[in-house]
Ligand binder design. Structure first.
Ligand code: CMC
Length: 437
């Protein structure tokens, strides 16, 4: 990473020189890693909104211009013939696979698509109404019990083997959690089907009737997974990196990523969006009331699927997903009234000074749920689909960190604002209630 001129920090009569690092596109970052050592000072950046926590060569985002690239390739270029497995390989291994590499990787996925029967049995002990994200996180974590040979991965072959296991099994776990919630028998993966078709087969086939996926739906699911595949240092990826920085294994790190993704401000927003659109459809509120509620600071409600920490422009993923919705519904016999409501909400928001001033645009979650609904995926599986898509990104980020000899455990500092020093009071002597923080 090239270094340009130094930044000079002056605090009283102290003068500290700090290197400035320059990224591929000329973006500059003041390297404060030695600041405390040089000056006794730390930096304060709640929510890390202004902190680059790593150098990374995986994904590039220009949030002002609405640009997203995987390993330098604009995501728009993956939309023509979407192939999620190719993109997963690209993210993890840094280059597009050649024919041999792609077929080897695909074979590894096929060979690892089954779950250990011990793990499969565990689905029977989970309540029928359990949230699928809780199941996914628990089951990914439990893969560590059945594949202990991968608790440490020191060579490229083992890494490929563990990555293939995770990417393949996550889809089986996801489908089984849905089958269980419906009280339906598990449908085992079919080695003749491609990744997305196989997922839909495990979700929707019946013992007496094979689910046949159309090319449009298979492409649409590939597209959804690709558009979610990585997004640099977002909340769940940062979680995966944090857990991985302690040298925790890939299963545990990804399971933690699933938990972070579950939150409604992150991947869980795709569920909130559909619930919001359904509420409008059912007459619970109008689109105008929805916008008003989102602007009302005394109301915790937000316009889900809008706004982003990095994008201050239209999220390029939302643009592609909106077009995909239109394409898919043009081929389907039915329409989804939620698509019209979403379009109307978007129009109202984009014309409203509140959203204009704050540069709030549709994000990836605004249209993804409508597309997933078109495939018959139930709402409570939306965030699970986000997780299936994001898994290659988590694996790639974990690997990049793991392979970097300069990586250290992630351990930020704090600015302590609590009591100075207090005396311990034995229980029997405590008269008044103690302050609780
Ligand atoms: N509806 C209403 N107001 C909003 C929204 C929204 N969706 N998003 C941001 N704002 C307001 C926010 O209240 C603040 O206003 P003010 O300046 O008056 O205090 C301003 O815009 C800046 O927002 P912020 O909360 O400081 O932004 P952030 O970077 O901390 O949060 C966000 C980003 C995505 C959490 C937020 O925009 C949000 O809550 N959006 C809705 C949830 C959502 O769609 N999440 C999915 C994100 S994309 C997929 C993913 O990566 O997970």
């Amino acid at each position: 990473m090239p270094e340009s001129a130094k930044a000079v920090l002056v605090v009283g009569d102290q003068r500290v020189e700090l290197p400035i690092l320059v990224g591929t596109h000329g973006e500059r970052a003041i390297d404060i890693s030695r600041l405390r050592e040089l000056s006794g000072l730390v930096t304060y950046d709640p929510s890390l909104a202004n902190t680059a926590i790593t150098q990374s060569a995986i994904t590039y985002i220009d949030g002002d211009q609405g640009i997203l690239r995987y390993r330098g390739i604009p995501i728009e270029q993956f939309t023509e013939k979407p192939n999620f497995i190719e993109v997963a390989y690209l993210l993890i291994f840094g280059h597009l696979p050649n024919k041999t590499e792609l077929s080897q990787f695909s074979e590894a996925l096929t060979e690892n698509e089954l779950l250990h029967e011990g793990l499969t049995q565990q689905f029977y002990h989970i309540p029928l109404d359990a949230p699928p994200m809780a199941i996914l996180s628990a089951m990914l974590s439990q893969l560590a019990c059945y594949h202990q040979e991968f608790l440490k991965v020191e060579d490229p072959e083992s890494f490929l083997a563990v990555a293939a296991r995770l990417i393949s099994k996550v889809r089986t776990i996801a489908a089984f959690s849905y089958r269980r919630s419906q009280g339906l028998p598990f449908i085992y993966p079919d080695p003749h089907l491609r990744y997305c078709a196989n997922f839909l087969h495990m979700m929707f086939s019946l013992p007496y009737k094979q689910y046949i996926v159309t090319p449009e739906i298979e492409d649409a699911l590939n597209l959804v997974f690709i558009l979610h595949a990585d997004h640099e240092q977002n909340c769940s990826t940062m979680t995966v990196r944090t857990v991985g920085s302690a040298k925790a294994n890939l299963f545990a790190s990804c399971a933690a990523g699933v938990s972070a993704l579950w939150g409604p401000l992150h991947g869980g927003a795709n569920v909130e969006v559909i619930q919001m659109l359904e509420r409008i459809y059912q007459g619970g509120m109008s689109a105008e009331e929805c916008i008003a509620a989102a602007k009302d600071k005394s109301n915790p409600f937000r316009l889900y699927g809008f706004g982003h920490r990095i994008y201050k422009n239209y999220d390029p993923r939302a643009k592609i997903l909106k077009q995909a919705c239109e394409r898919v519904f043009a081929n389907l016999q039915h329409k989804d009234p939620l698509l019209d409501i979403a379009r109307k909400l978007e129009e109202l928001a984009l014309a409203d000074p509140y959203f204009i001033e704050r540069k709030l645009y549709p994000n990836v979650d605004f249209y993804s749920g409508i597309l997933l609904r078109a495939m018959g995926i139930p709402t409570n599986m939306f965030t699970v689909c986000f997780a299936i898509g994001r898994l290659p990104g988590w694996i790639a980020q974990w690997k990049e960190q793991h392979d970097n000899p300069e990586s250290r455990i992630i351990r930020p500092r704090q600015l302590y604002i609590g009591l100075v020093e207090e005396k311990y009071v034995p229980l029997a002597e405590r008269q008044t209630s103690q302050r609780i923080f």
